[in-house]
Every structure is written in C-alpha cells, then in structure tokens.
Design a protein around this ligand. Structure first.
Ligand SMILES: [Zn+2]
Length: 678
C-alpha cells in the first residue's frame, strides 16, 4: 500500500502526536494568496515563494512534531469526531448499537480517574501469564496469545494477497519485534542512534520499575530487551531492500517454513493462534527466521520472557495510569521532538478511530460527506486517467508493445472514494464502559482474528485499508486501485469554493500521484490483476530504470536536516509519483481550459494565471514545519520526501513550470538534467 502522506508505521506515531487542544469547529485550512512571500523569486526557490508567509506566521504547537496542512486537517476532523463521541458516550435511550460501541470505548478512555485508580492492575494478568511460562515451547503459545491481543514481539503474522495470485489471500510471516522505528537504531553507532538506544533502555527501566521490579532488576531487564532487539535488528532486511517485492517473495510449504527455524515452533504457533490448516505461506525474509533461530536457542528462557513482557507492557502503557503514560510518552518525545503529550480527549478519539474505525467512520461521513463531493471527485479521477493515458501514448522511450500493456493496466485501475460500501461489523466486539485496556485487547483480537480468517479465501475487493476520517490516500498494487477517504476531500486539497486550477494543484495532484504509483519502481512490477508479473520488454525496463535513477540521484542530493541527505532510493516511488502526478494533473487542467467555451477557466485570478495558481495550490499543500528530531527520524523511515522537496524537486523537473513563471535556464528552479519518468 503506497500512501500519499506517510507510511503506516509513522501513522501510528503521528496519530499519537497530533494537535493542540482547541475545541469548536475551526475552518479548514484553505488556499490563500496570503501565504505567498512576494519578496522571493519563484524561479529561485518556489517552495519559499509559495509558503514564505505561511512559514513566518505558523508555529508548531507544543503537542506536535510537525505542522503541515494534513495535520491541520486531522485536527479539524478530531473536533468533528470529538463531538460525535461525546454525544455517543453520554448515553440515553436513543443510542443504537454503533453509538454504544464507539461511545463506551471513548468513555472508558476518558474515565481517567478510574484508569489512574487501577494502576498496574489491568496489565497484571498478562504479565503473570508470561511469568508462569516454564519452557520455550510454551513460550511460543504465549507469543501467539500476545499477538492476538495486539503487541507483536519477535515476528509478524498476517494475511495478504498472494503475490502471484492476487485474488487469493494467503498467510505471511515477516521480520519484526523491534521497539525503535528502524533496524538502524540498533546497529548504527552514530551519536543519534546511541542516544536513542539509551532512551529505550531508560524508558524500559522506568516501566519495569512501575510493575514492581527493583530499580536494579528493572535496569537489567531493560538491557535484556536491548540485547535481544539488537540481535533481531541485525538479521532484519533494510527498508530500501524491502521496496523490491522480489526480495519479499518466498512462498513455501508450512513444513519448509517450520524447518527454517526449529526454535520458532511455527506449527505450534499456527495452532495456538487459531490459523486455518493452510499448506503454503510467504516467508518474506527467510534469512531472518534462519538467523534468529540461533538466538532463540542460545538466549535463556527468562531473557526471552522479559523481552515478551516488555512488548506487552509498552503496548499497554498509554492506556494505564499516569506514570505509565508519562514513561511511554518520553520515548515518543525523544524520537519526534514533540514537547507535550496531546490532550487526553484527542488520544481517546484517535484510539476509537484505530480500534473501531469503520463504526466511528460511519458517523463521520453522515456529518461531513455528501454525494456531490463524490460526483465531482469521480469526474476528476476520470480526467486524470485520460491525462495519464495520453502521457503514456506520447512517451518517446517506450515501445508500442509495452505501451499497450501499460494502458491495459491503467484501464483496470479501480477507484474508491469517501467510504466503504460495506461497513465492517463490530457487533461481536465486547466493549465495557469501565474496562479500557480490556476493550483495547478485545478490539485488537477481533481484528487479528478477522485477518487470520481471510487466509486461503478469495480477496475481498470491497475492503478498505484506511478509515473514512483519515487525511491520506493510497494505491494498492494487489488490488490495483486508488483510494481516497472522505478525510482528505477538504480544503486545501479539495475546495468547492476554489477555481479548478487550485483544485487540480491539490486533489488533482493527489489523484495523479496515486495513479502514478501503479507505474513506479514497485508498481510497474505488478500486472493489471495485481500479480507480480513482468509485462515490460527488456529494453523498456532498462529505459525505465535509467530514468528512475535520475530521480533517485536528484533527491539523494537534497539535505533534510543539518547535513543529513535524503535517501533517494528509499523515496524513489514517492518522488516518481509526485513528479508524474504533477505533470498529468497540469495536463488535465490544460484540457479543461481548452474545452471551456466560456473562456472563464483561462482567466487570471488575483493576478495569477491558471497555471500559476495550479503551482501555488500544489505548494500550499506542502507548506510545512518540522522539528529537527522528526526530520531525522523521517529520513530513515519515511519513503516520502519533506514538503520543501515534494515541491522544489518536482517543479525544477518541469518545463511547464518554467514556462508558467518565466524562469531562465541558469536559475535554481530549472534543473540542468531534468528527470522525466512519467
Ligand atoms: Zn504515495
């Protein structure tokens, strides 16, 4: 799943770090020429030109790690969801089943007094279960139980489309089991990584102390966690290598998988976790299972139990009493630079979105999303698809044979807009008004079991991978579809009050971005049915790689923070999508202007031509402030470039931009070797 804004891992961090405590309905952050800094030459630094005044007038709120339009929008969505949940939590005779679920989950989270009074008690039974484990076989049963209630020690187990037969869902086991957001934090010895490891140890020491361990014992436990996670990290594949689906394509029989690492007791695990009797699965990183097998054998049982306890404790901490919440927040604070924890009601709204997202989402779209928005979006998607079709047709470097295949794939791309047509049914999840952690565990177990039940079944193409209030969008290669939740269909991305030029620079570019993902370094390897299957001629494949390398090299020279440069290979797919998306969105706008008999579309507004307003609308979306800590974290983990380069990296490759602003060859926004893939 390739998203527009941030990768799922960071989504967790980001949703846990959002927003200031302002109530009431704030207006959506729309497009305005007031954000422009007219003292800057647009051909010198377009990002600074489009965002200069916004940057001068904006501050990162203390409970944020960054400030950018989609975070502002998320803030606004939180307000709306807050209103829905407060009402649902208040109870009353009119409450239906959905309001009961979301209202009681939210209410149990807001009942801080009773959560604080319980202290460590809610997590004690789980810690006792682990303590009672008497051998390594029984430990794997316990890990299966822990995986069901949420935390993911040691490895990940999930279901997904078969890479070679997208219509069929199969089981996957994958590397995992780390607390810090990337393997680099464990194996790299630069000052930043050493510091973050120490913070992990401090945080773990504090949390173990809170469960009743002596300070000495807790410090020893924390060291054990670091030792085991460092061993797991050493055998994990890095993010850049994981981008190539071929590196994650290792389908084998269940017995072959079990034989890779006898100490994982995989067959026993599959039984304990309640998996169906499947015969084949994808082991995404066989080396991980082979190498870590030795670790499981050599590490004492008590050390492994300490490691599993840590994952259980750390996952529960945000939903326990205040000292646990504070200790857990420290780690996030040091990783992202966020100064303050967000208000409790925001954490509780985010929790409800995470656990019962399609129940809360139903209420959210009732309030926010009308059929009119969907119609206008469908029309734009259609226009953008036509524009990409023409772009493919006009490519000088691609043979007719591959072009025909590319068009078949483009035509097969489906779209989803707003919200799912079939809502997830949460009726079997037991939600109690006075049992926060129990609610979280039961909702997690519902989701884990739902995922496991899909194994060896046909793919449900109606399913969504994001909840409706999410301010994001994605392309999925196995579904071969683009998806736009209701949450992103608002200003500054999509504004009914604005001219088409600004909207094509906003949501038009998002649509173009997602469509281009179907043809980026990853997407191009999948066929129209979503299977990993090469449909390119050898020569065209080479021509693609050459052009993709141009983008990778270009972005590798951009400095994210201090002297830290972007990883051009990690961000290649997103940068390709940004470049292609901008080109086809602008082409679509030009068609609209050409087709407009009234001449209205071509007129200047506020002194700017439609092409200039397109680029200004695009720039506005990425006006951004980041704390240095989160900027560093993102370079390592985020396949998306920072806002400044999502704008300048794209426009300097576009002759259309240079024409719109009258830039000259020697100016910074005119790349000497402009890259062009799509
Ligand atoms: Zn993307």
């Amino acid at each position: 799943m390739r998203s527009f804004l941030f990768c799922p891992l960071l989504l967790l961090l980001a949703t846990a770090s959002l927003a200031q405590s302002a109530q009431g309905n704030k207006p959506a952050p729309g497009f305005s020429i007031d954000t422009i800094d007219k003292t800057i030459d647009p051909c010198g630094d377009f990002y600074q030109y489009a965002c200069g005044n916004w940057i001068k007038n904006s501050e990162i709120p203390p409970d944020q790690s960054q400030w950018v339009s989609f975070v502002e929008l998320h803030e606004r969505n939180l307000d709306i969801e807050h209103g829905i949940l407060e009402k649902a939590a208040a109870g009353g005779a009119s409450r239906n089943a959905i309001d009961q679920k979301v209202g009681d989950l939210y209410g149990s989270c807001m009942d801080e007094k009773s959560v604080d009074a319980k202290g460590v008690a809610p997590i004690k039974p789980e810690l006792d279960r682990i303590a009672a484990v008497s051998d390594k076989r029984a430990l794997i049963d316990e890990i299966a139980h822990v995986h069901l209630i949420g935390p993911s020690p040691l490895f990940n187990f999930y279901s997904q489309s078969d890479l070679h037969n997208a219509d069929q869902v199969i089981a996957y086991i994958d590397q995992g089991g780390l607390t810090l957001p990337d393997r680099d934090y464990y194996i790299n010895d630069d000052a930043d990584k050493v510091e973050k490891r120490q913070i992990l140890v401090d945080c773990a020491t504090q949390l173990f102390t809170l469960t009743g361990q002596s300070p000495q014992q807790a410090a020893k436990s924390a060291q054990t966690v670091l030792v085991i996670e460092t061993l797991l990290a050493a055998d994990s594949m890095d993010r850049t290598k994981r981008r190539d689906p071929k590196n994650r394509d290792h389908k084998m029989s269940r017995d072959e998988a079990a034989a890779l690492g006898p100490n994982f007791y995989l067959n026993r695990y599959f039984t304990a976790v309640g998996a169906p009797r499947f015969t084949q699965l994808n082991v995404t990183n066989p080396d991980f299972f082979k190498q870590v097998d030795g670790v499981l054998e050599s590490e004492p049982l008590d050390a492994l139990k300490t490691y599993v306890s840590w994952h259980v404790l750390n996952a529960a901490a945000p939903w326990l009493s205040q000292p646990f919440v504070d200790a857990n927040f420290k780690l996030q604070q040091k990783l992202t630079g966020q100064e303050q924890i967000q208000a409790r009601w925001k954490r509780c709204v985010n929790l409800t979105d995470r656990e019962l997202g399609e129940a809360l989402g139903q209420r959210y779209v009732d309030v926010t999303f009308g059929p009119e928005s969907k119609q206008r979006m469908l029309k734009m998607v259609d226009t953008l698809e036509k524009s990409l079709d023409q772009d493919i047709h006009a490519l000088s470097w691609m043979s007719d044979e591959t072009k025909t295949q590319a068009k078949v794939k483009l035509e097969a791309i489906r779209n989803k807009i707003g919200y799912p047509e079939v809502w997830r049914d949460y009726s079997s999840v037991v939600i109690k008004p006075d049992d926060l952690l129990g609610n979280v565990e039961r909702a997690n177990a519902f989701e884990a079991k739902r995922q496991i039940a899909k194994i060896d079944k046909p793919l449900d193409r109606k399913e969504w991978g994001m909840t409706p209030p999410t301010v994001n969008a994605y392309y999925s290669s196995s579904f071969n579809e683009i998806v736009f939740p209701a949450g992103i269909l608002q200003p500054p991305f999509f504004d009914k009050a604005m001219d088409d030029a600004v909207n094509f620079g906003g949501i038009g570019l998002v649509i173009g971005h997602e469509l281009t993902h179907g043809f980026d370094d990853q997407g191009r390897k999948f066929d129209p049915q979503g299977n990993l299957h090469d449909w390119w001629t050898e020569q065209d494949g080479k021509e693609f790689e050459k052009r993709a390398s141009c983008i990778a090299d270009e972005y590798s020279n951009f400095v994210a923070v201090d002297d830290l440069k972007l990883n051009g290979k990690l961000t290649l797919g997103e940068n390709t999508a940004d470049n292609g998306g901008a080109r086809i969105a602008l082409a679509a706008l030009e068609h609209m202007i050409a087709d407009d008999k009234t001449g209205k579309e071509g007129q200047k507004i506020d002194g700017y031509t439609p092409e200039q307003r397109f680029f200004l609308g695009f720039g506005r979306v990425w006006c951004e402030k980041r704390r240095a800590e989160v900027a560093r974290l993102r370079v390592l983990t985020d396949p998306h470039s920072p806002g400044k380069y999502r704008v300048n990296g794209v426009v300097q490759n576009m002759p259309e931009f240079q024409k719109a602003w009258g830039c000259k060859a020697s100016q910074p926004m005119v790349a000497e070797n402009a890259c062009h893939v799509w």
